[in-house]
Design a protein around this ligand. Structure first.
Ligand code: GMT
Length: 381
């Protein structure tokens, strides 16, 4: 199949899922064309089945906001036509689903029918998408998609709750490449970070408000009063400087390190004892799955899709949003040397349920279904 994948090229979860999906589909022999404004972060090698088409955004003095969606739609039209794509798969509704709708309409006038699959990832529904400034367009473009998927059952329910959706939604959970995300021997690294055998806690995110960075630090502060521990903060975003200031003011600088955006996250996860995800909202929690694959148990909130991943008392614990006390209590249970090995083992076992080879065929099945239906639709045009 020749598939166009539209996504954000950044470190964010939806971009990572889209890129990893494209890579695994390419390995299966599909021809994958990424259409986005920059080289996707994890697309840093050559494969004969992988292509990247850059969306050119032309500015003009009149534009306070350059119309990215139009440039994207035009690029989609161009790539579909010249690469003879079978299908477009857009990740994150805003603005990819509406741009795909526009491209599809333009192509139809030229006798080309291109089916569109939209994958909803989370904040495109739960936060940004449901805002009145976007809601009508998001509703319309989801309903106009030929196939719609969400990354968790919870996100599917949220979609039906917040929007007037008439389409069936397929749930396809996020996935993990266990060949890449596995615990590696990194003793020297562990000794450098925790020279006295302190427990290592890790948090990874885009440091947006929804991730509740304050709660990460608050939990760590209280935990450190009970046991020797170090905190590694991976990622970057709007809340980072505030978090760094908090660490200075609370004299945490020796125990908390901000590592910024890292490509080889698995190396840090390999020395971790606990992963913390206190998010306000989380449709799936891909970062937690990456940790679990590296045998790191998780304390998380019980919001959104997290209960579909993190199993209470088995792979970690789940608390209500903002319940710091409960998170500290749970962290201490997991970090007890008597308990930690079992939690580690369970985390890995659970991660195996999301192995890429189990999830990829679910997307391929959606593509087949959509293509079969579109053949019928095309026949009546
Ligand atoms: O977590 C973010 O804010 C980034 C966002 C994205 O789209 O890049 O992540 C969302 O999609 C991920 C991949 O499907 C999910 O694992 C995250 O849970 C989801 N984030 C939220 O729902 C807040």
């Amino acid at each position: 199949m020749k598939i166009g994948i539209v996504c954000y090229p950044t470190f964010g979860g939806s971009g990572v899922v889209a890129t990893e999906l494209g890579k695994t589909l390419a390995e299966q022999g599909h021809e994958i064309h990424f259409i986005t404004y920059d080289q996707p972060t994890r697309l840093d090698f050559f494969n004969q089945n992988l292509y990247y088409h850059k969306v050119d955004i032309r500015t003009y003095p009149l534009f306070e906001y350059p119309p990215y969606e139009l440039a994207l739609a035009s690029k989609m039209v161009n790539v579909v036509k010249y690469e003879q794509l079978d299908l477009l798969h857009v990740h994150y509704a805003i603005p990819h689903a509406s741009a795909a709708f526009m491209a599809k309409q333009i192509l139809k006038t030229e006798g080309i029918y291109i089916p569109v699959v939209t994958t909803l990832h989370g904040t495109d529904i739960t936060l940004v998408g449901k805002d009145e400034s976007y809601e009508p367009v998001v509703t319309f473009s989801i309903n106009q998609s030929d196939g719609v998927t969400t990354v968790s059952e919870s996100l599917k329910q949220d979609t039906y709750e917040h929007f007037q959706i008439i389409k069936d939604i397929d749930v396809i959970p996020n996935f993990i490449d266990l060949d890449r995300f596995k615990k590696q021997k990194k003793d020297h690294f562990k000794r450098a970070i925790a020279p006295n055998g302190e427990k290592i806690i890790v948090h990874t995110s885009n440091f947006r408000k929804v991730k509740r960075i304050d709660d990460v630090l608050e939990v760590f502060c209280r935990l450190r009063k009970e046991i020797p521990a170090k905190l590694l903060m991976i990622g970057d975003g709007p809340e980072r400087s505030k978090a760094e200031l908090f660490c200075q003011e609370h004299k945490l600088d020796d125990d908390v390190r901000f590592l910024g955006k890292l490509e080889a996250i698995e190396e840090v996860l390999s020395i971790a004892d606990l992963f913390i995800m206190p998010s306000e909202k989380e449709s799936f929690g891909l970062a937690a799955l990456e940790a679990m694959a590296c045998e790191v148990p998780v304390i998380s909130t019980n919001t959104g899709g997290l209960p579909e991943l993190n199993i209470q008392g088995i792979t970690g614990f789940l608390s209500n949003v903002g319940d710091i006390e409960d998170m500290v209590k749970n962290a201490l249970i997991i970090l007890d040397d008597q308990n930690l090995p079992k939690f580690r083992e369970n985390a890995l076992m659970r991660a195996k349920d999301f192995e890429i080879s189990k999830i990829r065929p679910m997307y391929e099945a959606v593509y087949e279904k959509v293509l079969a239906n579109s053949m019928k639709e095309f026949a009546v045009l």
